[in-house]
Structure formats: structure tokens, C-alpha cells
Write a protein that binds this ligand. Structure first.
Ligand code: GUN
Length: 284
């Protein structure tokens, strides 16, 4: 069997078109556009590329982008003051503090200062709590994007064995919560998991978010499983995921490539969250 390769670019393009239509309608109704403020601290080149992509994507769908770039030496107090200013700015619908932050700054505490209504990253304690309680709220972008990709291949989630490798606040934990809300049976694996291979091979839905190139080999994959690769590592040979794509595609029913799988979905879901935040703030 050779797996269906899930086209993240195509699914993301569809989401972005929907957002562009929603933004046009929002502007027609309210007379102003939704706005996204990005905060990039320092000059980490990978983060700069991600933020530039987010800014460009905003412009394409008609969202105003506000670009804030404090120096790498900014104090926690000054960064907190900037976040407070953005929280109070009516032109800003969403605030995104790009992670990771320099070592002297507490990323969890500082992202937690974003107003829940503007938390388009879904990273604040309020957003995480609403998700854990199964209540409406802004959801983290990459896990939301993975749900869209699973829907695009009609993956049956109810009662499915879903295994998530990775337990980060940014991805693994919210991914597990979202799958649980879809009535999957969810196992979260991490660096201390005993016999990772034995857990993975049970999975109907296997999601890897570790950052270790080609760690998930074909023997870890149940024949017919759906495999989602969230990892992305830059090697001299190019960008590589956590999954040994060439071998696993011969065993899986569907698989995401790297690049062109999960990556494009993160930005698409960020745009959607910004529109949702703007609507909620406008009372619609
Ligand atoms: N760094 C890597 N991914 C993300 C993300 O989704 N949001 C933020 N804020 N920082 C990131």
C-alpha cells in the first residue's frame, strides 16, 4: 500500500480563502479590519522567517499586521508593558509573542499576559483551561491545523487509538485535548515513555512532534494508520520531519509530508483565530 499524501498547502489555501471572505465581510460590517500584532524579541533567524510569513499571510487576507521587534536585551517588565499596551489597543484583535524567547525571559509567564480575548496562539492559562474544560475559546494553531488535516482525509476519530509523541504546551498537550474532545482514546508519549515503539504501533492516528529527524520508522506504524508529522529539522540535505517518510508511506493509509504538510496549517489557523477574535471583540 502506498499512502495518500495529505496536501497541507491545499488545505491551508482553502482555510485562507475562507478567512479572506470572512475578513471582507467583517470590514464591510464594521468599517475596520481585524489586526494581528506580532512580537519578535531579538534576531533569531528561524523566528524571523516564521514571523515574516505570518505578516505576509495577514496582508494576503486583509488583516492588518503590526510588527513589534524589541531587542534581545529587553527586560521582562518592558515586554510586559508592551503586551499590556497591545491588550488595550482597539486596532489589535490578536497578540502573538513568538517563541522561544531569550533565556532571561520567562516565555510561559509572558505569553500568559496576553488578554484571553486576543490570545490567537491559544497559549494563555485561560485558553488552556477552556480547552481542558471543553468550553469555547481560542485554540492553539498547530493542533487545530492537524485536526483540519485529519478531517481532510475523513479520519475517523471517535473511538480511534490516537498517539501523540511530545507533550509541549505549544503542541502535544493541546493536541491531546482536541483529540479527546473528538472522542479519540489518546495516549501522550514523551522522553520517559517506556517502549515507545510498542505504544506507537497501536495507533490508528500517530502524531509525532519531537524534532528528531526520521525517528518514527516503519516498524512503529500500524498498517493503515494515519501519520501526522509535526517535526521539522533543517539538515544540510534540506528540511526533514520526525517520520521516515519514504518507508512509512508504504505502510500508512495517509501521511503528511515535510515540508508542505502541517507547516502551512499553523499560519492558516492563526489567521482564522485572528478573525474569530475580532468578531468576538466586536460582539458578533
Ligand atoms: N514558535 C514556534 N511555533 C510557534 C507558535 O505556534 N506560536 C508562537 N508564539 N511561537 C512559536
Amino acid at each position: 500500500m502506498s499512502a495518500t499524501v495529505i496536501d497541507g498547502k491545499a488545505v491551508a489555501a482553502r482555510v485562507r480563502e475562507e478567512v479572506a471572505l470572512g475578513v471582507a465581510e467583517f470590514v464591510a460590517t464594521h468599517g475596520y479590519a481585524p489586526g494581528l500584532a506580532t512580537v519578535l524579541v531579538g534576531d533569531d533567524p528561524a523566528s524571523a522567517v516564521y514571523v515574516a510569513g505570518k505578516q505576509r499571510a495577514c496582508a494576503e487576507v486583509g488583516i492588518n499586521a503590526f510588527d513589534h521587534r524589541p531587542s534581545a536585551a529587553v527586560s521582562g517588565a518592558d515586554l510586559a508593558a508592551l503586551i499590556a499596551e497591545l491588550n488595550d489597543d482597539p486596532a489589535v484583535s490578536g497578540v502573538l509573542v513568538q517563541l522561544p524567547l531569550p533565556d532571561h525571559l520567562d516565555g510561559t509567564a509572558l505569553t500568559g499576559l496576553v488578554a484571553a480575548a486576543k490570545d490567537v496562539d491559544g497559549l494563555t492559562p485561560v485558553s488552556a483551561g477552556l480547552l481542558a474544560l471543553g468550553r469555547d475559546g481560542l485554540r492553539p494553531c498547530t493542533p487545530s491545523g492537524v485536526l483540519e488535516l485529519l478531517a481532510s482525509v475523513q479520519a475517523p476519530l471517535e473511538g480511534a487509538e490516537a498517539v501523540v509523541i511530545g507533550r509541549s504546551n505549544l503542541f502535544g498537550k493541546p493536541m491531546a485535548q482536541l483529540l479527546l474532545a473528538e472522542n479519540a482514546t489518546v495516549t501522550v508519549c514523551h522522553s520517559r515513555t517506556r517502549d515507545l515503539a510498542a505504544v506507537c504501533v497501536r495507533a490508528d492516528i500517530l502524531i509525532a512532534a519531537v524534532g528528531r529527524p526520521r525517528m518514527v520508522v516503519a516498524e512503529w506504524v500500524k498498517p493503515g494508520a494515519i501519520v501526522i508529522d509535526v517535526g521539522i529539522t533543517r539538515l544540510e540535505s534540506g528540511l526533514v520531519g520526525d517520520v521516515d517518510f519514504d518507508a512509512v508511506r508504504e505502510r500508512a493509509a495517509a501521511i503528511t509530508p515535510v515540508p508542505g504538510g502541517v507547516g502551512p496549517m499553523t499560519i492558516a489557523c492563526l489567521l482564522r483565530n485572528t478573525l474569530l477574535a475580532a468578531r468576538a471583540q466586536a460582539g458578533v
